[in-house]
Design a protein around this ligand. Structure first.
Ligand code: SAH
Length: 470
């Protein structure tokens, strides 16, 4: 099985630096199931192509699984694994190009961070769902996709097409993103994952999906197929993608795909429930001006902007990349002058006093406090409730007790979380902060209620006491 990656970025031979593989060399990398060979069929200034050729040894593949694997049978020895690109190719690629996949390149870091013209070819790719599914999965990531069905037999047209496609992707994409996308999407297309899934599978998906999966319109389908239809793990993955604050449409039309989701997954995603709950709190408070602190990619801001009751809206975040996403989502560049006056985005850290945070009826801290190191949390409390002093502050944060409900989740819901409070911890924190800054506080839950564990998200509304300011 073969995968080639070509760039026309000049000098094209920089591809060797990005991949940490010299264009003059042919290198072999032993895998548990065969051998991966890397070589460059062409390496010029204008165009450079790297090829990853994988020789699979079906006997070794079968042995590497052990007798406990669910399909210990002849099919383990006689199958298409040696010829068709599959999840094995995804795994070999991840191993051979591991540094490139992390986006690191000491000698060409700027290039590693940049989108460059790429062409990717996989001549024989098993594709369950046919060429359409390849378009659906790669298209939204900015690739132009050509997926030609491979005929079952050249000599017998009437036999029709095989389940394989000849895949060509062309686009201007960061190399690390391209490699991670292939790593995740090859097994998703193939849908016959060759290895057992460990408890860290969801973590691996989160790492490989960083920066592109949460916003993919088919994120739910990808998570479900990648995680081998384990409903619990898929739910864990969806919950964590939702934690990223981005769009994950968990509903896949069952008519379009036979991956019929479990009823639990067809429920409203948690982040949508969170947005609805906080939106309603703001309306109930009668807030006219609202600032979303730690607004991320601006999904909640978008909801605020579409609500005429809010006459002044601001979003602040420490991450410029998130703010760029938010600006794009809100079409800030195409806003009328009146709208542009109504909506502001700015960069700022919540642990430093900033007068731009002041003067709002309400401030939102949605899924933000748990990203702040505990020793810095007091600074945030001082900046928001002590200095900016909005009429109300709406805080949401995960309920750590609920995590046991997420099968396959080890550790916290998101790698950047510094803590996930129990209900008692959140109550103690919010009571202390309210008392210290002259606010009253009211708490409630968001999401499905478990009798003993509570709800997945906790919410607190702080309201400034009359006369508590000079
Ligand atoms: N509120 C959004 C995003 C939550 S993710 C939502 O609910 O969807 C947490 C966000 O907080 C990230 O965008 C992160 O960049 C931001 N953040 C974390 N620490 C911050 C700090 N000290 N100052 C400002 N923003 C911070």
């Amino acid at each position: 099985m073969l995968l080639t990656v070509t760039t026309t970025h000049r000098p094209a031979t920089d591809l060797g630096h990005l991949l940490h593989k010299h264009p003059d060399r042919v290198q072999a990398f032993p895998q548990s199931f065969g051998t991966a060979t890397v070589f460059y069929p062409e390496a010029g200034e204008d165009r450079c192509t790297v090829a990853l050729l994988l020789d699979v040894d079906p006997v070794r593949l079968a042995r590497s699984r052990g007798r406990k694997s669910p399909d210990f049978s002849l099919a383990q020895y006689v199958n298409d694994r040696s010829y068709a690109a599959s999840s094995l190719l995804g795994v070999a690629m991840a191993d051979v190009f591991s540094t490139a996949r992390r986006g690191r390149c000491a000698s060409r870091q700027e290039l590693a961070d940049s989108a460059i013209p790429l062409e990717i070819a996989i001549p024989v790719l098993p594709c369950r769902g046919g060429p359409d599914i390849a378009h659906r999965l790669f298209g939204p990531l900015g690739w132009s996709v050509e997926a030609a069905p491979v005929p079952l037999d050249d000599a017998h047209d009437d036999w029709g097409d095989s389940r394989y496609v000849d895949l060509r992707l062309t686009g201007v994409v960061r190399l690390a993103d391209a490699l991670n996308q292939l790593h995740v999407l090859l097994p998703v297309l193939d849908e016959s994952k060759h290895y057992w899934q460990g408890p860290d599978e969801v973590d691996k998906l989160m790492r490989s999906g960083e920066g592109w999966l949460a916003t993919h319109p088919d994120a739910a389908l990808i998570a479900r197929r990648y995680l081998g239809r384990s409903g619990g793990m898929t739910r864990a993955a969806l919950a964590r993608l939702a934690e990223l604050g981005d769009e994950v449409e968990a509903a896949v039309d069952p008519a379009e795909d036979d991956d019929v989701l479990q009823p639990a997954e067809r429920r409203v995603p948690l982040n949508t429930q969170r947005h609805e709950a906080v939106h309603q709190v703001l309306l109930d408070l009668g807030a006219r001006s609202v600032i979303d602190l730690g607004c991320g990619s601006g999904r909640f801001l978008d909801r605020l902007v579409r609500t005429p009751a809010f006459t002044r809206i601001a979003g602040a975040d420490v991450s410029t990349r998130s703010l760029q996403h938010a600006a794009r989502r809100l079409h800030l560049d195409r806003m009328s002058e009146r709208q542009a006056e109504r909506v502001q985005l700015f960069q700022g850290a919540l642990t430093y006093e900033d007068e731009r945070y002041a003067g709002f009826d309400a401030a939102v801290l949605m899924e933000v406090v748990e990203h702040v190191d505990p020793p810095r949390l007091e600074a945030l409390e001082h900046v928001v409730l002590g200095v900016a002093r909005p009429g109300a502050v709406v805080v949401t944060t995960p309920n750590g007790e609920y995590n046991v409900r997420y099968e396959g989740l080890v550790g916290m819901r998101h790698p950047d979380h510094r803590f996930e409070w129990t209900r008692a911890e959140f109550a103690a924190w919010s009571d202390r902060v309210a008392a210290a800054y002259g606010y009253t506080v009211e708490r409630r839950g968001i999401g499905e209620l478990d009798d003993t564990l509570g709800t997945p998200t906790q919410l607190a509304v702080f309201t400034r006491k009359e006369g508590s300011d000079d």
